[in-house]
Design a protein around this ligand. Structure first.
Ligand code: HEM
Length: 485
């Protein structure tokens, strides 16, 4: 790259940075220092997204002000303030830049659900929520899809012998299949070419650090795009979009408008009705991509953490098994059984609390200049809700770092959770797949414990402090001994 070009870019960004700093005035929350172009990044400790929510920012108080690249950002460290803010539209925008409009989406339009806001987001979120209810949470779907996928994971584990490596692929296939069958009407085998391509693609998108960086530093695309993996990331996205377009075309050719088979059919019916130009094939592609990106890795990673904690706390695993035996014995778990499986629910919640798969909300933005807690935040200021902090704050939890599922049981032994237990975020943009994810977690966990016993291998005990943190916290690979109950 030409040195003059780099200098000009640096100069422009320094000016933007100085302008931003001046305009941030004294009423912007205090925080770590920042430098042009890069922002506060070098002054933060931790890895991945944890850099923005860790110890180096908590000391500034309820709201920490910093810079993500050249963009002002505020980390919300106080639960009550976070709850109030995210309940209002003006704190629920999303980042708009080259990455969201071109590199991630199609034709320079910010499409889908996760990165859109305003009327478009509202229309698409409302429609997708309705379809999730019909095709994702109906009894038929639960029995026909989630349970068989839970059983598939057991078959897969047993096929590996009595010592098994718990890595990201164990649950990724069945969890992705739950979403895939809801969207396309079919589920895929582990070795199916499409499944392998999808999984490799989604894994790469999630593990690629450049993905995280390009959201806040869109200029990163100019810096050694091959070396950083930026080009590979864009190509991966394009090939998943092409696959989805092909599947949508097949659906168009066989569509019966009176009998939609899956989410794609339901969306096509809406497009054909021409009631709202917001419904287009491109929008459908991005909605499917968003549901897979937001819903597959998060859920399968949580299942990995659940197995890890079950291995580390055998007495907790036995208590779950006892509860399952007392309530459903060997029968298949149904969602109606959930109410009686209080301890199992408490264990899942406690794992979610401590593993904090999503340590923070997705980046929100302010849709206008706003005043909050005596501070003034400019329009398009990035906001992150510090979910991990709310779930481990000693002011809110007794002995927060201890693994203690009983904290989620009331005196009558019923499952109960405080409002600051927020693994799925909170407010207007709370996770859209929360109910589906909860159903998957309980059905998989109960089926696994009912049929298999997980034990640590002496000398190879997993360690919950070993994990990678990109966009989510993923446990490092560990080995377990499994035996049939
Ligand atoms: C254990 C599994 C999951 C966890 C921990 C999780 C967590 C989250 C979190 C923290 C957010 C950000 C909320 C915010 O920006 O304030 C979110 C958003 C979202 N999640 Fe999930 N999620 C999970 C499963 C799912 C599933 C299964 C789906 C799909 C069916 C899904 C779809 C979405 C979507 C579409 C959004 C964006 C919502 C919006 O922008 O309005 N998630 N999730």
């Amino acid at each position: 790259m030409d040195a003059t070009f780099i200098l000009i870019v640096l100069f422009i960004f320094t000016l933007i940075h100085l302008y931003n700093k001046r305009s941030r005035n004294t009423r912007f929350p205090r925080g770590p220092p920042s430098i042009p172009l890069i922002g506060s990044y070098p002054f933060l400790s931790g890895v991945g997204i944890e850099k923005f929510i860790g110890d180096s920012i908590k000391k500034y108080g309820a709201l920490t002000g910093l810079y993500m690249g050249t963009t002002p950002a505020v980390i919300i460290n106080d639960w009550k303030i976070a709850k109030r803010m995210f309940a209002k539209d003006e704190f629920c925008g999303r980042v708009k830049n080259y990455t969201t409009e071109w590199a991630r989406s199609m034709g320079g339009e910010n499409l889908g659900i996760v990165t859109t806001d305003g009327d478009r987001w509202n229309t698409q979120r409302t429609f997708a929520m309705k379809q999730l209810k019909i095709f994702g949470l109906s009894k038929k779907h639960l029995d026909v899809t989630i349970l068989p996928q839970a059983k598939e994971s057991i078959q897969y584990l047993e096929s590996k012998g009595d010592r098994v490596e718990i890595n990201s692929t164990v649950f990724a296939v069945p969890v992705l299949n739950v979403l895939w069958s809801m969207m396309t009407g079919i589920s895929l085998e582990r070795d199916n070419v499409e499944m392998v391509e999808l999984l490799n693609g989604l894994n790469f998108l999630f593990s690629s650090k450049v993905f995280l960086m390009s959201m806040m530093l869109p200029w990163i695309r100019f810096v050694f795009p091959n070396l950083t993996g930026y080009n590979r990331r864009v190509n991966t996205l394009k090939s998943i979009q092409a696959m989805l377009k092909r599947i949508i075309k097949e659906h168009q050719d066989t569509l019966d408008e009176n009998d939609p088979r899956d989410m794609i059919d339901a969306f096509l019916v809406e497009i054909n009705s021409q009631k709202d130009p917001e419904f287009s094939v491109d929008q459908l592609v991005m909605t499917c991509l968003d549901l897979m990106a937001a819903g597959s890795e998060t859920t399968s990673t949580t299942l990995q953490w659940i197995v890890e904690y079950l291995v580390l706390y055998p007495e907790v695993q036995e208590a779950c098994y006892k509860e399952i035996q007392e309530n459903i014995k060997e029968s298949d778990v149904r969602l109606e059984d959930t109410d009686s499986l209080n301890y199992c629910q408490a264990v899942i919640a406690e794992v979610q609390r401590l593993s904090a798969v999503a340590v923070a909300s997705v980046q929100h933005t302010t849709t206008q200049q706003v005043e909050v807690e005596g501070y003034v935040l400019p329009k398009d200021c990035v906001l992150l809700s510090n979910l991990k902090l709310f779930m481990t704050n000693p002011g809110l939890w007794v002995e927060p770092l201890q693994f203690n599922p009983s904290r989620f049981l009331n005196e009558a032994g019923e499952f109960t959770k405080p409002e600051y237990f927020v693994p799925f975020g909170h407010g207007k943009r709370v996770c859209m797949g929360e109910n589906l994810a909860k159903s998957e977690l309980i059905v998989f966990t109960v089926t696994l414990i009912q049929q298999l016993k997980f034990e640590s291998i002496p000398g190879f005990e997993p360690d919950v402090n070993n994990y990678t943190a990109g966009f989510t916290r993923i446990p490092s690979v560990f080995n377990v001994k499994i035996s049939r109950r």
